[in-house]
Design a binder for this molecule. Structure first.
Ligand code: HEC
Ligand code: HEC
Length: 310
């Protein structure tokens, strides 16, 4: 095959995958978008009493701090962040850590808890870890609403399947360890103007909610949160930061995403007792930063890599 035929073939293959960095042209971008799951918008929520619960659920995802934050109108039980800070556009955005695969795959067995988890349990996990807060009562109107919204959103997805573009992208591993020193440079140049010199974010003038959410410090996610794993953080920022970014036009190279993950996740943040997590240590993800492990590599090596052998 002539070299430019080979190039053309590569470009075609890239265009077929939703996961590519730079789609070849406009036509392939449209194809990608058609392929990826995107959640329904607020104005598609039914206008009846079932819709009211779903609508309140969506509001809670978008404005969690307003209802449940440190000065929340319903309860004071979380750190001031919103679900939407990490589940972008109310959990509808392709590769924006969306909820596309939740209704279709839960209840399911998860290795972190070593048990079958309901959607309610998974939501409370994020409240206790990502929002560094206290669990919602399963029967509360707030929990019922959030679950109703997530189920409604995923009702077009076939049971047992995970649609393309759902959750967070898996980036290729680097051949070296992720580097907090290089990551600090990325942070200073690309992130600091919104998330602050000390990762503290920027509070709105209402003092209830954040304009830019914190990425470390007392008001940020704790050490038990998904984003504290470098692969989750790097995959999230690759397709979504600096805000607004989407997977068609990422601003960071994979290296920059891994390094900035290493920098941010080496800064101080609230801790959580994780002694009950991963009862079967063989099931710990490659980048889980806390031992004991089934191999003899250190916590540092698990946290930052290199993970070539995985
Ligand atoms: C600091 C970021 C952050 C915040 C805030 C946050 N989450 Fe999450 N959430 C995550 C990450 C990371 C994951 C795991 C994604 C993965 O492993 O691919 C996750 C996973 C989930 C899942 C499971 C998704 C799946 O496909 O299995 C649900 C449901 C969920 N979150 C709900 C919520 C709700 C509801 C809130 C607000 C009350 C919330 N989250 C707040 C980061 C966050
Ligand atoms: C122009 C402002 C801006 C820039 C620059 C920016 N962000 Fe963000 N970031 C945001 C906003 C706004 C959100 C919340 C999005 C939402 O709620 O819709 C966010 C959310 C996040 C989150 C999830 C929530 C949290 O606070 O933990 C992380 C992690 C994050 N950004 C990391 C980064 C990194 C790393 C960079 C640099 C590569 C960056 N951001 C650059 C505005 C920005």
């Amino acid at each position: 095959m002539r070299p430019n035929c080979l190039l053309l073939l590569c470009l075609m293959l890239m265009a077929l995958s939703c996961n590519t960095d730079k789609p070849a042209d406009q036509a392939s971008i449209q194809k990608d978008t058609a392929d990826c799951w995107t959640g329904a918008s607020a104005n598609q929520i039914p206008v009846d009493s079932s819709g009211d619960l779903i609508r309140y659920g969506r509001n809670l995802i978008e404005k969690t701090a307003y209802y449940l934050g440190p000065k929340g109108t319903v309860a004071h039980m979380s750190n001031g962040m919103n679900c939407q800070n990490c589940h972008l556009d109310a959990g509808t955005k392709p590769w924006g850590n969306n909820y596309g695969a939740v209704a279709s795959t839960y209840p399911k067995f998860r290795d972190r808890s070593g048990s079958v988890e309901s959607i309610e349990k998974r939501v409370n996990d994020c409240i206790e870890r990502s929002l560094n807060g206290h669990a919602l009562d399963t029967n509360s109107k707030e929990m019922r609403s959030v679950v109703a919204y997530i189920k409604w959103l995923g009702s077009d997805v076939k049971k047992g399947t995970k649609p393309k573009g759902s959750g967070i992208v898996e980036l290729k591993h680097l051949s070296r360890a992720a580097d907090p020193v290089k990551g600090q440079l990325v942070y200073t140049n690309t992130c600091e103007k919104c998330h602050g010199k000390n990762g503290e974010g920027q509070i709105n003038t209402d003092k209830l909610t954040y304009l830019y959410p914190p990425v470390w410090g007392n008001n940020s996610y704790n050490t038990g949160a998904g984003l504290f794993r470098l692969s989750r953080f790097a995959g999230y920022v690759k397709n979504n930061m600096p805000n607004p970014t989407n997977y068609h036009n990422p601003q960071l190279t994979d290296e920059q995403a891994w390094d900035v993950a290493a920098f941010v996740n080496s800064q101080p943040r609230p801790t959580k007792d994780l002694s009950k997590d991963w009862p079967n240590i063989k099931k710990k993800p490659f980048d889980h930063p806390f031992g004991p492990y089934a191999d003899n590599r250190s916590e540092t090596e698990h946290k930052y890599g290199p993970w070539k052998s995985n």
